[in-house]
Design a protein around this ligand. Structure first.
Ligand code: SAM
Length: 289
C-alpha cells in the first residue's frame, strides 16, 4: 500500500467507517492524488515544518503532508474520521505514524497550547461552510504560523484575495490583511472530490507577516468596526455607521478625524483606514464618558 489514496481507496475507507458524506460538515474528500501533490507542492513546506491540518477527513492530504513535514497535527470534528486516521496511516505508511497527532475537536475551539509542536504552517482543504472563521481563528490563535495554504470555495478564494474597490472586496478581504497578504494559488475543479461539490474551488496562499503587530488598536475592536461598516454595503459610511457610532453627525465627525471621506463606502477602504477609524471611535467614546 502507498501513501496516496485514490477514488477506490477513499470509497472503501468511507464504507469501512460508515461515513456517508454530509454537507453540514462540508465532507467532500479529495480522490485525486495529483491534486494532493499539487497542494503540498504549492504549500512549500519542508522537513522542518510543523503543519496543522484542519479537517483531515479520510486522510488523502494528511498522508502526503506526513511524507514531507516534520509533524502534522490533524484536527477533525467527526469522531469516526478522527479514530480512523491513525489506523489508515499505520496500515499504509507505519513509519510516518510517529509524526501524527490527531485531535477530535471542533477547529473553532482549538486553543494555542493544545498543539505541540506549535504549528508553523496551516494546510487544509477547509470545510467550506466555516472556512473563513476557521482561517481567521487559526491566524489569531497561533502567531507561530508563518505560511498558510488552504483550499476554499472559489468565491471565498476570490474574496480573500480581492483589493479595495473590486466587486468581491468584503469583510474577509479586509480582515485577512491584519495577518498578511493573500494570493491566489490555483483553481481546482469539482471532479477531484467525492462527492463532487456544486461549486468550484480555489487555493489561497497567505504570506503571514503580521504587518500591524506594532499598532496599539485591539484586533477584536477593529474587526467589530469592519463588520459594522460592511453591514450596510450600499450606504455611505456616514449613514451606515450611524447606529454603531451613535448618530450620523457623530459618525461624520469621527470619520473626518480618521481622515476618511464620510461619503465613501466600506468597500473602498484598506485595513489601515479601519484601524484609524477604530482608534477615532474609541477616543470619541472616552471623551463622551
Ligand atoms: N482533507 C480531506 C480531503 O481533502 O479529502 C477532507 C476535507 S473536507 C472538505 C472537510 C473536513 O473537515 C471533513 O472531514 C469534515 O468532517 C471536517 N470538519 C468539518 N467541520 C469541522 C470543524 N468545525 N472542525 C474540524 N473539522 C471539521
Amino acid at each position: 500500500m502507498g501513501a496516496s489514496l485514490g477514488a477506490g481507496a477513499i470509497r472503501e475507507l468511507a464504507a469501512r467507517v460508515g461515513i456517508i458524506p454530509t454537507k453540514k460538515l462540508g465532507q467532500n474528500f479529495v480522490i485525486d492524488p495529483n491534486t494532493v501533490r499539487y497542494i503540498v507542492e504549492q504549500s512549500k513546506i519542508d522537513s522542518h515544518s510543523a503543519v496543522v491540518e484542519v479537517g483531515p477527513g479520510l486522510g488523502s492530504l494528511t498522508l502526503r503532508l506526513l511524507e514531507v513535514a516534520e509533524h502534522v497535527s490533524a484536527i477533525e470534528i467527526d469522531p469516526r474520521l478522527a479514530d480512523q486516521l491513525p489506523i489508515t496511516v499505520k496500515e499504509r505508511c507505519p513509519e510516518l505514524l510517529g509524526k501524527l497527532s490527531v485531535l477530535n475537536q471542533d477547529a473553532m475551539q482549538v486553543e494555542s497550547g493544545e498543539l505541540i509542536p506549535a504549528p508553523t504552517a496551516l494546510i487544509a482543504n477547509l470545510p467550506y461552510n466555516v472556512a473563513v472563521p476557521v482561517l481567521l481563528h487559526f491566524l489569531a490563535e497561533f502567531p507561530t504560523l508563518t505560511s498558510v495554504l488552504v483550499m476554499v470555495q472559489k468565491e471565498v478564494a476570490d474574496r480573500l484575495c480581492a483589493g479595495p474597490g473590486s466587486r468581491t472586496y468584503g469583510i474577509p478581504s479586509v480582515k485577512i490583511q491584519w495577518f498578511g497578504k493573500a494570493e491566489a494559488a490555483g483553481n481546482i475543479g469539482k471532479n477531484v472530490f467525492w462527492p463532487a461539490p456544486n461549486v468550484d474551488s480555489g487555493l489561497v496562499r497567505i504570506h503571514v507577516t503580521h504587518p500591524h503587530s506594532h499598532i496599539e488598536e485591539d484586533r477584536r475592536e477593529v474587526f467589530q468596526v469592519i463588520d459594522a461598516a460592511f453591514a450596510h454595503r450600499r450606504k455611505t459610511l456616514r449613514a451606515g455607521l450611524a447606529d454603531f457610532i451613535g448618530s450620523a453627525p457623530l459618525a461624520e465627525q469621527v470619520l473626518i478625524q480618521a481622515d476618511i471621506d464620510p461619503g465613501t463606502r466600506a468597500e473602498t477602504l484598506e485595513l489601515e483606514s479601519f484601524i484609524l477609524l477604530s482608534g477615532a471611535i474609541k477616543a470619541q467614546r472616552l471623551s463622551s464618558q
